[in-house]
Design a protein around this ligand. Structure first.
Ligand code: C5P
Length: 227
């Protein structure tokens, strides 16, 4: 069956405080988006790419896309709307594998991508890259005071990619939208259907570039990965 890569890249990246969306900021002299697509292409050269981009996006350059088979779809209000736009735009088979990966995670490695893919292929509920929580977790009250400590046992950070069979992912996101539930990742929509995505322990350096100081960190990670 076919493998699809959905890359939501229609966010504003406001926490970055830059003059353009964060995927166009430069990392080692190339836009973040280019790094991310290159890494995905290295791992899955024959996959089909769907890129969710804002209609007003005038920074994007098609020559940055290394895939032969790719299409651009408009972004939606929320990340889940962008991903749903992608799922509605493609003619996929129900059991095709769809991997969704944040454009803002350029440090993703081929090793993690392949491990995730294997898990998606074998688990009916799909799978996501994730990382066990290392820090002690605090619950804040309305004043920002530490009200209590959450047990961190069994707590994971959800990373991307997250992958599912096409039919399951589409049903999950359509259900979430229908019920007006805002989900911040695909796995939460799938869990709401009663499915149990597999947590795949991923590298700790699969950073999501979110805040300004993440740029230097991502650049250092990429250099270390190449060496
Ligand atoms: O804002 P955050 O970093 O959580 O966004 C995660 C990913 O979702 C980013 O790659 C962003 O471009 C994408 N996104 C999107 N459409 C939106 C909001 C976010 O494609 N409406």
């Amino acid at each position: 069956s076919q493998t699809w890569l959905v890359v939501p890249a229609a966010g504003q990246g406001r926490r970055m405080g830059a003059d353009k969306p964060k995927q166009y900021l430069r990392l080692a002299d190339q836009p973040i988006l280019l790094h991310t697509l290159a890494r995905l292409h290295d791992a899955f050269p024959d996959a089909r790419l769907v890129l969710c981009l804002d209609d007003d996006d005038h920074w994007f350059a098609p020559q940055w896309v290394p895939f032969n088979d790719w299409q651009r779809v408009p972004g939606g209000c929320e990340r889940m709307d962008s991903v749903l736009n992608a799922l509605h735009a493609i003619e996929a088979q129900d059991d095709d594998i769809v991997l969704v990966h944040d454009v803002a995670r350029p440090c993703i490695t081929a090793c993690d991508l392949h491990a995730l893919y294997q898990a998606v292929a074998t688990h009916p509920g799909g799978a996501l890259l994730a990382m066990p929580v290392a820090d002690t977790m605090k619950r804040a009250d309305a004043q920002g005071l530490s009200a209590r400590t959450e047990p961190r046992d069994g707590l994971w950070h959800a990373l991307t990619p997250q992958g599912f069979r096409y039919a399951l992912l589409r049903r999950a996101l359509e259900t979430a939208r229908h019920q007006n539930t805002l989900v911040t990742d695909e796995a939460s929509a799938v869990e709401a259907l009663g499915e149990r995505p597999q947590l795949v322990s991923g590298r700790r350096d699969n950073l999501k570039v979110t805040h300004p100081d993440d740029l230097a960190l991502a650049a250092a990670i990429m250099t270390a990965q190449i060496d």
